[in-house]
Ligand binder design. Structure first.
Ligand SMILES: [Zn+2]
Ligand SMILES: [Zn+2]
Length: 261
Protein backbone atom coordinates (compact mmCIF):
# COMPACT_ATOMS: atom_id res chain seq x y z
CA UNK A 1 0.00 0.00 0.00
CA UNK A 2 1.47 3.41 -0.91
CA UNK A 3 2.03 5.98 1.83
CA UNK A 4 -0.60 8.72 2.04
CA UNK A 5 1.72 11.19 3.83
CA UNK A 6 5.17 12.71 4.13
CA UNK A 7 5.55 14.95 7.18
CA UNK A 8 9.24 15.96 7.05
CA UNK A 9 10.43 17.82 3.94
CA UNK A 10 13.13 20.50 3.52
CA UNK A 11 13.37 23.35 0.99
CA UNK A 12 16.17 25.19 -0.78
CA UNK A 13 15.45 28.35 1.24
CA UNK A 14 17.33 27.23 4.32
CA UNK A 15 20.31 26.02 2.26
CA UNK A 16 20.24 22.55 3.76
CA UNK A 17 18.24 21.04 0.91
CA UNK A 18 19.60 21.63 -2.59
CA UNK A 19 18.23 23.82 -5.40
CA UNK A 20 15.89 21.05 -6.65
CA UNK A 21 13.74 21.63 -3.57
CA UNK A 22 11.82 24.77 -4.51
CA UNK A 23 8.40 24.80 -2.89
CA UNK A 24 6.43 24.50 -6.18
CA UNK A 25 8.69 21.68 -7.44
CA UNK A 26 8.42 19.60 -4.29
CA UNK A 27 4.66 20.12 -4.11
CA UNK A 28 4.28 18.90 -7.72
CA UNK A 29 6.46 15.87 -7.02
CA UNK A 30 4.41 14.95 -3.93
CA UNK A 31 1.20 15.29 -5.97
CA UNK A 32 2.75 12.98 -8.56
CA UNK A 33 3.45 10.47 -5.81
CA UNK A 34 -0.26 10.51 -4.98
CA UNK A 35 0.17 11.84 -1.42
CA UNK A 36 -2.86 13.13 0.47
CA UNK A 37 -0.99 15.33 2.93
CA UNK A 38 2.54 16.63 3.46
CA UNK A 39 4.40 18.94 5.81
CA UNK A 40 7.20 21.30 4.93
CA UNK A 41 9.49 21.35 7.92
CA UNK A 42 12.65 23.29 7.26
CA UNK A 43 15.30 23.84 9.95
CA UNK A 44 15.09 26.59 12.52
CA UNK A 45 18.38 26.33 14.36
CA UNK A 46 18.31 29.99 15.40
CA UNK A 47 15.65 32.76 15.34
CA UNK A 48 17.48 34.77 12.66
CA UNK A 49 16.27 32.20 10.12
CA UNK A 50 12.58 33.04 10.65
CA UNK A 51 12.46 35.37 7.57
CA UNK A 52 13.38 32.47 5.25
CA UNK A 53 10.47 30.50 6.69
CA UNK A 54 8.09 33.31 5.81
CA UNK A 55 9.22 32.90 2.17
CA UNK A 56 8.09 29.26 2.34
CA UNK A 57 4.73 30.37 3.68
CA UNK A 58 4.34 32.94 0.89
CA UNK A 59 5.04 30.26 -1.73
CA UNK A 60 2.48 27.96 -0.11
CA UNK A 61 -0.16 30.70 -0.18
CA UNK A 62 0.26 30.94 -3.95
CA UNK A 63 0.04 27.23 -4.74
CA UNK A 64 -3.22 25.64 -5.80
CA UNK A 65 -3.37 21.96 -4.87
CA UNK A 66 -5.84 19.46 -3.51
CA UNK A 67 -3.14 18.02 -1.25
CA UNK A 68 -3.26 19.12 2.40
CA UNK A 69 -0.02 20.97 3.13
CA UNK A 70 1.10 21.81 6.64
CA UNK A 71 3.59 24.56 7.35
CA UNK A 72 5.94 23.16 9.96
CA UNK A 73 9.48 23.48 11.22
CA UNK A 74 12.28 21.19 12.42
CA UNK A 75 14.14 22.15 15.58
CA UNK A 76 17.27 20.89 17.25
CA UNK A 77 18.24 20.20 20.86
CA UNK A 78 20.50 23.13 21.71
CA UNK A 79 21.30 22.35 25.34
CA UNK A 80 22.35 18.86 26.30
CA UNK A 81 21.78 19.57 30.01
CA UNK A 82 18.17 20.75 29.81
CA UNK A 83 17.15 19.28 26.44
CA UNK A 84 15.95 22.75 25.36
CA UNK A 85 15.17 23.10 21.65
CA UNK A 86 15.87 25.87 19.13
CA UNK A 87 12.42 27.47 19.22
CA UNK A 88 10.39 29.19 21.91
CA UNK A 89 6.71 30.00 22.20
CA UNK A 90 7.06 33.50 20.77
CA UNK A 91 9.03 32.22 17.75
CA UNK A 92 6.53 29.45 17.13
CA UNK A 93 3.75 32.05 17.10
CA UNK A 94 5.74 34.58 15.06
CA UNK A 95 6.62 31.96 12.45
CA UNK A 96 3.00 30.78 12.28
CA UNK A 97 4.08 27.15 12.36
CA UNK A 98 1.28 24.61 12.40
CA UNK A 99 3.52 21.82 13.69
CA UNK A 100 6.99 21.42 15.16
CA UNK A 101 9.17 18.36 14.76
CA UNK A 102 12.45 18.00 16.58
CA UNK A 103 15.10 15.99 18.32
CA UNK A 104 18.79 15.70 19.09
CA UNK A 105 21.21 15.92 16.13
CA UNK A 106 24.43 14.97 17.87
CA UNK A 107 25.80 12.43 20.34
CA UNK A 108 27.39 15.33 22.27
CA UNK A 109 30.42 13.09 22.73
CA UNK A 110 33.84 12.98 21.04
CA UNK A 111 34.72 9.51 22.28
CA UNK A 112 32.78 6.25 21.81
CA UNK A 113 31.57 6.06 25.43
CA UNK A 114 28.69 3.80 24.46
CA UNK A 115 26.71 3.58 27.70
CA UNK A 116 26.98 7.29 28.41
CA UNK A 117 25.91 8.12 24.85
CA UNK A 118 22.85 5.82 25.04
CA UNK A 119 21.89 7.31 28.42
CA UNK A 120 22.19 10.91 27.26
CA UNK A 121 20.45 10.33 23.92
CA UNK A 122 17.57 8.58 25.66
CA UNK A 123 17.21 11.38 28.24
CA UNK A 124 17.25 14.06 25.52
CA UNK A 125 14.56 12.24 23.53
CA UNK A 126 12.38 12.02 26.67
CA UNK A 127 12.86 15.76 27.22
CA UNK A 128 11.87 16.51 23.62
CA UNK A 129 8.69 14.41 24.00
CA UNK A 130 7.83 16.26 27.21
CA UNK A 131 8.36 19.67 25.57
CA UNK A 132 4.95 21.21 24.77
CA UNK A 133 6.46 23.05 21.77
CA UNK A 134 7.36 19.85 19.90
CA UNK A 135 4.76 17.58 18.27
CA UNK A 136 6.92 14.84 16.70
CA UNK A 137 10.22 13.29 17.82
CA UNK A 138 12.38 13.07 14.68
CA UNK A 139 14.65 10.22 13.59
CA UNK A 140 15.46 8.54 16.92
CA UNK A 141 19.11 7.30 16.96
CA UNK A 142 20.14 9.14 13.80
CA UNK A 143 23.64 10.59 13.87
CA UNK A 144 25.57 12.53 11.25
CA UNK A 145 28.02 10.73 8.99
CA UNK A 146 31.00 12.41 10.66
CA UNK A 147 30.14 10.69 13.95
CA UNK A 148 30.34 7.30 12.23
CA UNK A 149 33.84 7.65 10.90
CA UNK A 150 36.16 4.92 12.23
CA UNK A 151 37.00 5.83 15.81
CA UNK A 152 34.08 8.30 15.91
CA UNK A 153 31.71 8.28 18.89
CA UNK A 154 28.95 6.33 17.10
CA UNK A 155 30.75 3.72 15.01
CA UNK A 156 29.44 1.00 17.36
CA UNK A 157 25.75 1.66 16.58
CA UNK A 158 25.21 -1.05 13.98
CA UNK A 159 22.38 -2.98 15.64
CA UNK A 160 19.29 -1.58 17.38
CA UNK A 161 19.49 -4.60 19.69
CA UNK A 162 22.10 -2.52 21.55
CA UNK A 163 19.34 -0.22 22.75
CA UNK A 164 17.77 -1.71 25.90
CA UNK A 165 14.11 -2.79 25.71
CA UNK A 166 13.21 -0.73 28.77
CA UNK A 167 14.35 2.38 26.90
CA UNK A 168 11.91 1.62 24.10
CA UNK A 169 9.13 1.17 26.63
CA UNK A 170 10.00 4.38 28.48
CA UNK A 171 10.20 6.36 25.24
CA UNK A 172 6.86 4.98 24.07
CA UNK A 173 5.18 5.69 27.40
CA UNK A 174 6.43 9.29 27.27
CA UNK A 175 5.08 9.71 23.72
CA UNK A 176 1.69 8.40 24.85
CA UNK A 177 1.64 10.52 28.02
CA UNK A 178 2.34 13.75 26.10
CA UNK A 179 0.34 12.82 22.98
CA UNK A 180 3.39 12.89 20.69
CA UNK A 181 4.30 10.98 17.55
CA UNK A 182 7.62 9.27 16.77
CA UNK A 183 9.03 9.44 13.28
CA UNK A 184 9.87 6.78 10.69
CA UNK A 185 12.49 8.60 8.59
CA UNK A 186 13.54 7.18 5.23
CA UNK A 187 16.56 9.36 4.34
CA UNK A 188 18.08 9.12 7.80
CA UNK A 189 18.20 5.34 7.98
CA UNK A 190 17.44 3.71 4.67
CA UNK A 191 19.64 5.65 2.24
CA UNK A 192 23.39 5.10 2.35
CA UNK A 193 25.22 2.52 4.38
CA UNK A 194 26.67 4.16 7.43
CA UNK A 195 24.86 1.91 9.90
CA UNK A 196 25.33 -1.39 8.09
CA UNK A 197 22.88 -4.19 7.18
CA UNK A 198 22.08 -5.36 10.73
CA UNK A 199 20.97 -1.89 11.75
CA UNK A 200 18.71 -1.61 8.72
CA UNK A 201 17.18 -4.95 9.57
CA UNK A 202 16.64 -4.23 13.27
CA UNK A 203 15.49 -0.60 13.02
CA UNK A 204 12.03 -1.39 11.55
CA UNK A 205 11.43 -3.79 14.44
CA UNK A 206 12.32 -0.98 16.84
CA UNK A 207 9.61 1.16 15.19
CA UNK A 208 7.17 -1.74 15.35
CA UNK A 209 7.78 -2.07 19.08
CA UNK A 210 7.04 1.63 19.55
CA UNK A 211 3.88 1.37 17.44
CA UNK A 212 2.94 -1.73 19.43
CA UNK A 213 2.66 0.42 22.56
CA UNK A 214 0.07 2.50 20.72
CA UNK A 215 2.35 5.38 19.69
CA UNK A 216 1.46 7.02 16.37
CA UNK A 217 4.20 6.87 13.74
CA UNK A 218 4.89 9.95 11.62
CA UNK A 219 6.02 8.72 8.21
CA UNK A 220 8.55 10.91 6.38
CA UNK A 221 11.35 11.11 3.85
CA UNK A 222 13.29 14.08 5.32
CA UNK A 223 14.06 14.83 1.67
CA UNK A 224 16.85 17.33 0.93
CA UNK A 225 16.83 16.49 -2.80
CA UNK A 226 13.74 16.08 -4.95
CA UNK A 227 14.52 12.46 -5.85
CA UNK A 228 14.49 11.55 -2.13
CA UNK A 229 10.76 12.27 -1.96
CA UNK A 230 10.26 9.01 -3.87
CA UNK A 231 11.43 7.17 -0.74
CA UNK A 232 8.05 7.66 0.93
CA UNK A 233 6.45 4.56 -0.60
CA UNK A 234 9.45 2.31 0.16
CA UNK A 235 9.22 3.65 3.76
CA UNK A 236 5.59 2.48 3.94
CA UNK A 237 6.64 -0.93 2.54
CA UNK A 238 9.25 -1.19 5.30
CA UNK A 239 6.66 -0.31 7.96
CA UNK A 240 4.16 -2.80 6.57
CA UNK A 241 6.86 -5.51 6.52
CA UNK A 242 6.93 -5.29 10.34
CA UNK A 243 3.16 -5.05 10.70
CA UNK A 244 2.67 -1.27 11.01
CA UNK A 245 -0.51 -0.23 9.21
CA UNK A 246 -1.82 3.00 7.79
CA UNK A 247 -4.17 3.28 10.78
CA UNK A 248 -1.14 3.58 13.07
CA UNK A 249 0.24 6.63 11.24
CA UNK A 250 0.11 10.09 12.76
CA UNK A 251 -1.37 13.09 11.00
CA UNK A 252 -1.31 16.77 12.04
CA UNK A 253 -5.13 16.72 12.24
CA UNK A 254 -4.59 14.92 15.52
CA UNK A 255 -3.16 18.20 16.88
CA UNK A 256 -6.26 20.21 16.18
CA UNK A 257 -8.79 20.66 18.95
CA UNK A 258 -12.11 18.98 18.25
CA UNK A 259 -14.62 21.47 16.82
CA UNK A 260 -17.12 22.58 19.44
CA UNK A 261 -20.72 21.56 18.88
ZN1 LIG B 1 16.89 16.20 11.59
ZN1 LIG C 1 15.23 17.09 8.54
Amino acid sequence: MPSPYDFHIHTAYLKCANETMSVPALVRRCEGLGLEAIAITDHLNAPEFLPQHSLIRQDLNEIATSMRIYFGVEVNVIDKDTGAVSIDEAQRAEGGFEMVIGGPHSSYFDKPDKEAIIDLQHRLMLQVLANPLVDVLVHPWWFGTAEFRPGGPMEWLTDMGQIPDWHVRELSEAALRYGKAIEANHSAFFIGNQYGPTFRETYPHYLAEIAGYGVRISIATDAHDISRLDGIHPMMDILESVGITREQLWTPEMLLPAPSA
